[in-house]
Write a protein that binds this ligand. Structure first.
Ligand code: ADP
Ligand code: MG
Length: 645
């Protein structure tokens, strides 16, 4: 393109004041700037110079008129395209330097390169070179507050040169400097101009303006004088704006910067941050601790239910409806079941309260009339002696097997009960065996506290009625337990002529128990998630405060070419990092708290899924609740943001 570089045609800018009054700040400015010119715009304060510069640099849009850059109409550009125009076309130098506090000189210089997507090595090399050229090599790692005004302004010039923009816009660059530093800065701008860059210098100081080849005077929003262009020096071909795709910074360079920015803003207000993060910390800690408690309870219940036997089918007498007449379960029923496929053993079950006595020790407990198959059906070995036999059953022998607990009660001095007689409801029974310790509970009573007698003997001597309460059936193949259960149901329905019994199997019991426990865990989890939500609101709060406090920084970033998406991502990442940090502390606290609960109160089981899930939900919470603050930051108007303090 061989035409003029910048062309303004009848540019007007009207502000609506707070009282709703329209104030026209630029009143028809037309101006043409050729590539390579060094132009000074002078005028008293309030004449509209900064407004004009903001429009020239793509920070602001005119109310009317037309603006072309290198032949391209940029008047109506929006969003990312406008950001790209700023990033690649213009380098800004401001009166108050506008460096980002807390970051080093080099990081400030590199920033435009980040938003242009320059690889890190290239960016660093270029920043070091620029700082060197401006005599700041030694100060690379200093922060703005460790630099003098003149040094800060040179850093900001280096930043303006980072993306090799063809136009440098300097708004009162000497305004805050002593005269020596000011002169240095003007000399620098002159050098840049001599090297072929287009420089537009805005100042209220005529002496400063004299450094430029062309001086334009503004008054009340109009150009009132223009010294015109000096003879062009053909030795100075100006670089055209570099054509770059509208790409942004890469995710990872962003992540690095977001991390340091997050840590900086956290560190600046440690106490406030700690208070705000408390929600997330407590949320994550309680998710982990509560889920560990839930899982611990579940595993404890499952262990108990599992010990009762997954290989068992329970046939319970009675349909559960007392109005229906029921045929009792009988020993004949249980023998019929034994013939079904997949049935390993059957165990009739009839219990009654008994009083057992040995010597002068009485013990009130539960007597169970059953068959010789109990050790097999229950997978419950005899510790001492032997279980009674089928022959004992057939003979109705007065023999008994003692539960481990009963044996200890009646024979406290450790002598063996085998071959001794005990009185069961005042009838003498010969003890043939003692069961191994089992530790199960049925209801409130330990099965170790039972006395076992043959069904026939129990019916005749202790109970008087042959009706069974229960038939326990063990199966060979647990995988086919449902079919076996259904076969038993069909068989008994046929034998009884109705379904006057209930039938269920071990796996169903385990499933039911597991479901109950899962519901518990879910409830605990919900409580914890609510805490996490409260934590998220804390994150949103701190991020909103952060956006407000750092509005100017956002404006600076936009001026050097950050797109709305870049700003949004930065603040989202900060929110995620802040929340993640809270999550980390929460995980530590949750593990410690859970461990203490595990030691003192109840079983806890930590699962990796729960821990990872809690940490992830902290980060996710941060991102969800960071969205509104991040959007707010991204939607800021660059001019308004830059002007904030
Ligand atoms: P200069 O840079 O020459 O001192 P400015 O361009 O900053 O002048 O401002 C020109 C006029 O526009 C001033 O009267 C100023 O108060 C007004 N002005 C600038 N920005 C705004 C704004 N955002 N809203 C309302 N008035 C503004
Ligand atoms: Mg100004």
């Amino acid at each position: 393109m061989s035409g003029p570089l910048l062309v303004l045609e009848d540019i007007r800018k009207t502000y609506i004041s707070g009282g709703g009054l329209a104030v026209e700040v630029l009143r028809g400015v037309s101006l043409t700037v050729e590539a390579g010119e060094f132009v000074a715009i002078v005028g008293s304060s309030g004449s509209g110079k900064s407004t004009l510069m903001n429009i020239l640099g793509g920070l602001d849009r005119p109310t009317s008129g037309r603006y072309r850059v290198d032949g391209r109409d940029v008047t109506a550009l929006e969003g990312d395209e406008r950001a790209a125009l700023r990033r690649d076309g213009f380098g800004f130098v401001f009166q108050h330097y506008h460096l980002i506090p807390g970051t080093t000189a080099q990081e400030n210089v590199e920033m435009p390169g980040r938003y242009a997507g320059l690889p890190a090595a290239l960016r660093e090399g270029r920043a070091v070179e620029l700082l060197g050229r401006l005599g700041l090599e030694e100060r690379r790692h200093h922060r703005p507050n460790q630099l003098s005004g003149g040094q800060q302004q040179r850093v900001s010039i280096a930043r303006a040169l980072m993306n090799d923009a063809p136009v440098i816009l300097a708004d009162e660059p000497t305004g805050a400097l002593d005269s020596a530093s000011g002169a240095e800065v003007v000399a620098l701008l002159r050098e840049l101009s001599a090297a072929g860059r287009t420089v537009i210098l805005i100042t209220h100081d005529r002496k400063v303006a004299e450094a430029a080849g062309r001086v334009i005077e503004m008054r009340d929003g109009r150009i009132v004088a223009d010294s015109g262009r000096p003879a062009p020096s053909p030795a100075n071909p100006s670089p055209a704006p570099a054509e770059r795709p509208v790409a942004g910074a890469s995710l990872w360079t962003d992540a690095g910067e977001a991390l340091s920015a997050a840590l900086r803003s956290l560190g600046a207000n440690g106490f406030r941050t700690a208070l705000t993060l408390l929600g997330i910390v407590i949320g994550v800690a309680s998710v982990i601790a509560l889920l560990a408690i839930g899982e611990g309870a579940k595993q404890a219940v499952m262990a108990r239910v599992g010990a009762l036997g997954v290989n068992l089918v329970y046939v319970v007498a009675g349909s559960g409806d007392p109005r229906l007449p029921a045929t009792p379960l009988t020993e004949a029923d249980s023998e019929a079941i034994l013939d079904l496929p997949n049935v390993e053993s059957v165990m009739p079950y009839l219990d009654t309260p008994v009083m057992v006595r040995h010597g002068n020790i009485d013990h009130r407990t539960e007597g169970l009339a059953t068959s010789a198959s109990l050790p097999l059906t229950h997978r419950w070995p005899v510790a001492e002696g032997a279980f009674f036999t089928r022959a004992d059953e057939r003979a109705g022998a007065a023999v008994a097997v003692l539960g481990h607990g009963v044996a200890e009660r009646l024979f406290p001095r450790g002598e063996s009960p085998l071959g001794k007689h005990v009185l069961v409801n005042n009838i003498p029974f010969l003890v043939t065996g003692v069961m191994a310790k089992k530790g199960d509970l049925t209801g409130s009573q330990s099965t170790d506290d039972w006395v076992f007698v043959p069904l026939s003997t129990g019916v005749q001597r202790l109970i008087g009625k042959p009706d069974l309460q229960l038939i326990l059936v063990s199966v060979h193949d647990v995988g086919r337990i449902a079919q076996t259960r259904d076969a038993i149901r069909a068989l008994l329905s046929e034998r009884h002529g109705q379904e006057d019994f209930q039938i269920h199997d071990g796996t169903a019991r385990i499933q039911a128990a597991a479901e109950t426990q899962d519901t518990m865990t879910l409830l605990l989890g919900c409580a914890a998630v609510i805490t996490l939500l409260v934590g998220g609101i804390g994150v949103m709060n701190i991020m909103l405060v952060s956006v407000t406090e750092r509005t100017r920084e956002i404006g600076i970033r936009m001026a050097v070419g950050a797109r709305a998406a870049d700003i949004e991502r930065q603040f989202l990442m900060e929110a995620a990092l802040v929340a993640g940090l809270g999550g980390l502390v929460g995980v530590a606290l949750g593990l410690a708290g859970g461990a203490v609960i595990g030691l003192l109160a109840m079983p806890v089981v930590f699962t990796a899924t729960a821990i990872a899930g809690a940490a992830a939900s902290a980060v996710l919470t941060g991102m969800v609740f960071g969205l509104i603050p991040a959007r707010r930051a991204a939607r800021l108007d660059p001019v308004v943001a830059l002007a904030s303090d």
